[in-house]
Design a protein around this ligand. Structure first.
Ligand code: HEM
Length: 136
């Protein structure tokens, strides 16, 4: 989006009251004035997280997915300071050991589960053959 408004820390500091309350989470600015009364954690706690980057405060609480979804409703622009805590990618880059190791481990475990019963079966057949031929 080319028409995204970019706000500075000074802009944020001008909106720190229950009359107008802006919040920065992950590099985005939200006008949460209308949400203050609805916030399950209380409105004063949100106000203490204004005028600064609130990403850490927001994440430390362990807000649910629906709380994160709710944020989108109040988006008004981007923070010029960017995202202070970019989300950690859960998808490892291709070729990295983290990407290949679990698969290798899975394959090894599968092979073990197939080969071991076969070995036991072969050993049982060999013993059976040995004893039945030694009886004759
Ligand atoms: C606009 C941004 C925010 C939204 C949309 C939001 C939304 C929510 C929601 C939906 C809950 C209920 C539990 C859950 O679903 O996770 C919650 C709980 C809570 N929030 Fe927020 N929150 C925001 C910002 C903050 C900030 C900046 C703080 C400050 C540290 C905060 C502190 C808390 C606390 C302490 C609770 C727990 C309440 C309890 O369990 O009694 N929230 N929030």
């Amino acid at each position: 989006m080319s028409d995204t408004k970019v706000f500075s820390l000074a802009d944020l500091k001008a909106h720190q009251t229950d009359k107008s309350c802006w919040l920065v989470v992950h590099g985005k600015v939200y006008d949460v004035t209308d949400f203050l009364e609805e916030h399950p954690g209380g409105y004063d706690i949100i106000i203490t997280s204004t005028g600064k980057d609130a990403t850490q405060d927001f994440e430390e609480i362990g807000h649910s997915k629906s709380a994160k979804k709710l944020l989108e409703k109040y988006l008004i622009g981007a923070f010029e300071g960017g995202d202070s805590a970019p989300a950690v990618s859960k998808v490892p880059p291709p070729g990295s050991s983290a990407a290949t190791q679990p698969q290798q481990k899975g394959a090894a475990t599968r092979a073990f589960h197939v080969v071991l019963p076969l070995l036991i079966l072969l050993a049982a057949l060999a013993l059976n053959f040995y004893f039945s031929s030694s009886r004759q």
